[in-house]
Design a protein around this ligand. Sequence first.
Ligand SMILES: Nc1ncnc2c1ncn2[C@@H]1O[C@H](COP(=O)(O)OP(=O)(O)OP(=O)(O)O)[C@@H](O)[C@H]1O
Ligand SMILES: [Mg+2]
Length: 264
Amino acid sequence: MPTSKPKTTRNAHAGPPALPLGLGEDVVVLKPSIKRFYGHGVPGVQPEELGGRLIVIEGADGSGRSTQIARLVDWLEGTGHATSQVGLKRSNLVSDELDEAKHRNTLSRTTISLFYATDFADQLDNVILPGLRAGYIVLADRYIYTLMARDLVRGMDPEWLKQLYGMALVPDAVFYLHVSPENLIERNFAKDFALDYWESGMDLGLSRDMFESFIEYQKRIVETFRKLRTEYEFTMVDGDRPVDAVQEELRKRISAMLKDETMV
Ligand SMILES: Nc1ncnc2c1ncn2[C@@H]1O[C@H](COP(=O)(O)OP(=O)(O)OP(=O)(O)O)[C@@H](O)[C@H]1O
Ligand SMILES: [Mg+2]
């Protein structure tokens, strides 16, 4: 009688792959990887009970995260791995309220930060941890680093943030898609015909011109990510290249990680 869920399952609803799936590749059955929290973690959760893998894709607005994640999902599901996804502001608990609060622009920096942290905690509890318990590969579209970077460029206390996000699980891999501000502007326009007020750092008063503010703000964010790298490990990926080239690098690195070879 089966006593536990299989480590890998095939999702019958996976869409057609954007790149060849690598048919003929062996299906990899995941061995447990050692999991730990950055700090205090989540009360009552033992990291040893978690299987699967947590893979984070970080990067600015329009850096290509969704494009890359959609292809990774096709590829992973096509090679026999069950996947689930999380992203910022996707929790049922506070996402609408967060939009509303940002729109009204009345909350203090600390309250906004705690709002985002609540959204993160909700997804950690309800998607990331259950997914890993079931042996899924969980793909996170951004993680605590974006939340920390946004707060750090606004002068918040690094120690306070470190404590706050001590609840987070250390991912198995973090890829930061680095894209030049000029390309980011082009991609955001291709998508929405607009720049986002917050992702342009307009609240910081860097410039009254949204383009100038966007470029200055994104430079500060990248600089902050570089500083965060001394404490948190990221793999920097050149996101200025064509979609397929970025995807190929990600697959190569993730493949090695899944097979327990060291790269990432
Ligand atoms: N490597 C690439 N080269 C050129 N264009 C790209 C590349 N990757 C994505 N794009 C295009 O850039 C736009 C933004 O891509 P995408 O939506 O994947 O980014 P994102 O990081 O998920 O954005 P958001 O922050 O808005 O969620 C889309 O129009 C997409 O087709
Ligand atoms: Mg996206």
